[in-house]
Design a protein around this ligand. Structure first.
Ligand code: 13P
Length: 292
């Protein structure tokens, strides 16, 4: 069975120095494209759906997602991204996610700890992983209009990150060291010294949000300095839309929907393949992680 938790799928990342792509896949077209590419390359992958969409989506989608993942040949984690409340996380458990991100990063340190601990206490007995965020990554994915600015004042404090990981018992920790969600305003600059310091103090896997807009060199640096999971959504949405637009135009504006969806899936698979390469993602033997 290939359906695994976040803790399991990230287990070997630190030692083997690679990251697992965590990709926005809130519809069948992208979900299948991402998963099929992972299967074609025998690589682990995290499929994520943002918390705010839970109320809007047909619950049957989650049934399909679970059954599809169970039958997959590669390790796959179904991750609820940026849940804004305890209640949203409980819905994630109800719908069968194997991992939840509770985002208390806009709260005070104490409030973030309290909320995160409550989620961990509910999720752990169900065998579900929890990711949280300390410091704050600005912007919103899919926000592709004017671009988002990096908030240096909200960068993660290494001492707080160490305390937070110990006090909450989370399985993975998202940090802020130079990325934003959505489109960047200006050129991103990762603070790798800060990442090194945090990496030295935090033993659990560290997560980078806001992967879209970074260069291949940024990705390679982030991974070699200890990032285990990299979120990527906006770039996938923009680049697949652009591929569809270009194909429609190239066909005299006469393309029909099934062909357009095929173009989108092909481009999505190319994007995923590129991420596997620059994240240095390694194949995982299920036997090594199944009982962790
Ligand atoms: P991007 O908007 O840069 O793709 O980041 C997505 C993300 O971090 C989701 O949590």
């Amino acid at each position: 069975m290939a359906f695994v938790t976040l803790k399991q799928i990230l287990l070997e990342t630190r030692e083997k120095k690679y990251a697992v792509p965590s990709i926005g896949a809130d519809n069948h077209v992208l979900f299948e494209a991402v998963l099929q590419q992972a299967e074609a390359e025998n690589k682990p992958v995290i499929l994520m759906i943002p918390g705010f969409l839970l109320k809007e989506m047909d619950p049957c989608f989650f049934e399909y997602a679970r059954l599809r993942i169970i039958q997959s040949s590669v390790p796959v984690c179904l991750h609820l991204d940026h849940a804004a409340s305890y209640e949203e996380c409980m819905n994630g458990i109800k719908y069968g996610f194997s991992s939840l991100m509770i985002d208390g990063s806009s709260l005070s340190y104490e409030e973030n700890v309290t909320l995160t601990k409550r989620v961990v206490e509910a999720a752990r007995p169900c065998g579900i992983s929890v990711e949280a965020e300390i410091g704050h990554v600005a912007g919103g994915e899919g926000n592709n209009n004017d671009g988002n600015e990096v908030d240096v004042d909200a960068f993660t404090n290494p001492g707080e990150a160490e305390r937070f990981a110990k006090e909450t018992g989370v399985d993975a920790l998202a940090i802020a060291f130079g990325t934003v969600h959505g489109v960047y305003k200006g050129t991103p600059k990762l603070n790798l010294e800060l990442l090194d310091e945090i990496r030295g103090r935090v033993e659990i896997p560290i997560v980078m949000h806001g992967g879209s807009g970074l260069s291949d060199e940024d990705f390679r640096n982030a991974v070699s300095h200890g990032i285990s999971k990299i979120n990527f959504c906006t770039g996938l949405f923009l680049n697949t839309t652009e591929a569809a637009r270009a194909a429609i135009e190239a066909n005299g504006n006469k393309m029909q929907l099934p062909a357009v969806l095929g173009v989108i899936q092909k481009r999505a698979r190319e994007e995923v393949s590129h991420l596997f390469e620059v994240y240095h993602t390694q194949s995982v033997d299920l036997k090594n992680i199944a009982h962790k």
